[in-house]
Design a protein around this ligand. Structure first.
Ligand code: ADP
Ligand code: MG
Length: 611
């Protein structure tokens, strides 16, 4: 039999490599921006059409390429950045694999114009699916301009796997930020579908952060600086009071490269311990500069993880640098520590007498008054709770049996022993400030209060958006909020739906809005923080789940508004919560699919007690 193994043609090999290097339009944007930085550009212009599917254009004023280099740059493993294996341990450039241009040109139509400053004429090259279509001399500005058209034109499967445009757009903005945050001395412009999204001047680091995230960041940041011998840690961290529940701005850069590093993230969380609520994350922009020989840079092009030779040392240095930064600014001294309040033990039957200044009164429990109007609290709330499809999941009688014995007449005395006079209300109690426990016929039901609240709000919000039932509670004093350009754009996009939910927003300037109304129940909240949380959550859902606009908005707002676990509830609130939960369409799960309640069967309890 004849031999059957053959070398793959370059175009096929490149296409396979492209599958790993260029996952989505944003990967191409990243590679092109990195090339421009490596070429020493002081000005970079990025133009995107249709979230990069139609066009990605990066033009720089960097060193440019000779005619031969221009041709070579599209070959696989062709690079000017390393020459020998040892160079791998001294990498100062962003690229070094020589794979990006070859990969991009394998799956798109690429047009590159490039000229070195010392040359009079430049070179124009057109490559399509790894084939050079055209190479001629041309006159063009010094530097390099690469246009990538119709990405994945010959890989339809990849093209159809791309997420919604807004999600791909978000990935592109992320990559742009990761570069722009480091190279603050480089001027950038970013156009998206003919619209100028960012115009960034050469500036200092803090101003660059502000230009990207909005003027609000001016007062939020505290500088961090720790320079000792081989390692320098500089940058900014957010003041504790601005920490958010959703993951917002957390950036590590090592030698100019964005990285993700859960271990180092932990060191920062650790430094903030006791300064921020447990479920909040501080913002940080940390720039680590170190000898390239002490990091393992040989990373996969699309991965952002790297390893330090000594992770533990870096962990300790970062933690102490952050602690010091917080101390220097007197934040540690002036902060009001969130005192852990323990309500685990309350004298029986006395819980309603406990006055706690931190607790909101029951009437403020639900953001929308209509909910409490719909079903007013009564002495027998259980009887009124409409029971719908959910019960089929469980023993049919379970939840009906939540009713207090005196009212239901369905249970024999032996099944439901006579309770004390106060026990009507005591059929539900709070455990660890986080769970509601109630007895049912088949055992005990344990409800996660935060998740229950999230489910309730989600259904209310969604209903509201879908049926265009508008509710606005006017604020007396219009409040101004401002955001970075891409957040401002996103906010504008969802403004109409927000309006229906009761947020009365008007655009004031390019990135500023005036809030003149909010849904009742959240009128006293910090609106800037609330909307930021909402946008963060919205973006996260967009990228991770590709949710449609209404569901996403309802879900994001429900998540950010749901009563945090850890809050003590009044008995009326608990009853009301359970009542509302079981009138939901799908009370058993949160919108994100987490279990809302669990049942501990009597059998199990009997077993525990050997009965
Ligand atoms: P890498 O960046 O890993 O070297 P690329 O495929 O991205 O690989 O680029 C190949 C080579 O093409 C680079 O090493 C560089 O010499 C040249 N090059 C690419 N983009 C530019 C640019 N914008 N300006 C100047 N030279 C460039
Ligand atoms: Mg490169």
């Amino acid at each position: 039999m004849a031999d059957i193994i053959q070398l793959l043609p370059d175009s096929v090999a490149n296409q396979i490599a492209a599958g790993e290097v260029i996952l989505r339009p944003a990967s191409a944007v990243k590679e092109l921006l990195e090339n421009a930085i490596d070429a020493g550009a002081t000005e970079i212009n990025l133009i995107i059409k249709d979230a990069g599917k139609t066009l990605i254009h990066v033009a720089d004023n960097g060193g440019g390429m000779s005619e031969r280099d221009a041709r070579m740059s599209f070959e696989r493993h062709a690079t000017s950045k390393i020459r020998q294996a040892n160079d791998l341990f001294a990498i100062r450039t962003l690229g070094f694999r020589g794979e990006a241009l070859a990969s991009i040109a394998a799956i798109a139509q690429v047009e590159m114009k490039t000229r070195r400053h010392e040359d009079e004429l430049g070179t124009l090259i057109e490559v399509e699916g790894s084939r050079v279509k055209n190479q001629v001399n041309c006159s063009c500005p010094a530097g390099t301009s690469v246009q990538v058209k119709n990405l994945f034109f010959n890989v339809p499967a990849r093209r159809s796997f791309l997420k919604a445009e807004s999600a791909e757009q978000k990935h592109i903005v992320d990559e742009f930020f990761r570069i722009a945050l480091v190279y603050h001395e480089v001027r950038f412009s970013f156009h998206q579908n003919q619209k100028l999204l960012y115009q960034l001047q050469a500036t200092v680091r803090k101003q660059r952060i502000i230009a990207l995230f909005g003027s609000g960041y001016n007062e939020r940041l505290v500088p961090v600086e720790h320079i000792s011998g081989a390692i320098s840690i500089t940058g900014f961290i957010g003041k504790p009071e601005y920490a958010r529940k959703t993951r917002g701005e957390q950036y590590f850069f090592v030698n100019g490269r964005y990285i993700r590093h859960p271990y180092l993230h932990h060191s920062i969380e650790n430094a903030y311990r006791e300064l921020i609520p447990v479920d909040s994350v501080p913002s940080y922009f940390i720039y680590i500069d170190t000898d390239p020989g002490t990091i393992d840079i040989n990373i996969h092009p699309t991965k952002t993880e790297i390893n330090f030779l000594d992770n533990k040392v870096i962990y300790a240095v970062i933690r102490s640098a952050v602690r010091q930064a917080l101390g220097i600014n007197n934040i540690l001294d002036s902060i009001d520590f969130e005192v852990e309040r323990s309500h685990d033990y309350l004298p029986p039957g006395d819980d309603r007498q406990v006055k706690n200044p931190f607790d909101t009164p029951p009437s403020a429990f639900n953001p929308f008054d209509h909910a409490s109007d719909r079903r007013k609290l009564s002495a027998e709330p259980w009887l009124k709770a409409p029971v719908r499809g959910w019960e089929s999941l469980y023993d049919n009688s379970d939840f009906k049996s939540i009713q207090p014995p005196k009212n239901d007449g369905m249970f024999s005395e032996t099944e439901f022993p006579p309770a004390s006079q106060e026990s009507d209300r005591a059929t539900v109690f709070q455990f660890q400030n986080r769970y509601l426990v109630s007895s049912i016929k088949s055992g005990l039901v344990v409800i996660d209060q935060q998740r229950a609240h999230e489910r309730i709000l989600f259904e209310q919000y969604l209903d509201r958006i879908q049926h265009h039932q508008q509710i606005i509670q006017q604020e007396l004093f219009p409040f101004q909020v401002s955001f970075g350009s891409s957040d401002a754009e996103l906010l504008e996009e969802i403004m109409e739906d927000l309006n229906i939910l009761g947020f009365h927003l008007n655009k004031l300037g390019k990135n500023t809005f005036v809030v003149s109304g909010t849904p009742s129940g959240i009128k006293d909240a910090d609106l800037q923080a609330l909307l930021e949380d909402l946008l963060d959550q919205y973006k996260k859902n967009l990228v991770d789940l590709g949710l449609d606009k209404s569901t996403n908005l309802a879900r994001s707002l429900a998540f950010s508004q749901s009563a945090k676990s850890g809050r003590r509830l009044y008995t009326e609130e608990m009853i009301h919560l359970i009542d509302e939960l079981f009138s939901c369409k799908a009370p058993e799960l949160t919108p994100g699919g987490l279990k809302v309640f669990a049942i501990i069967p009597v059998d199990q309890i009997n077993q525990l007690l050997n009965r």
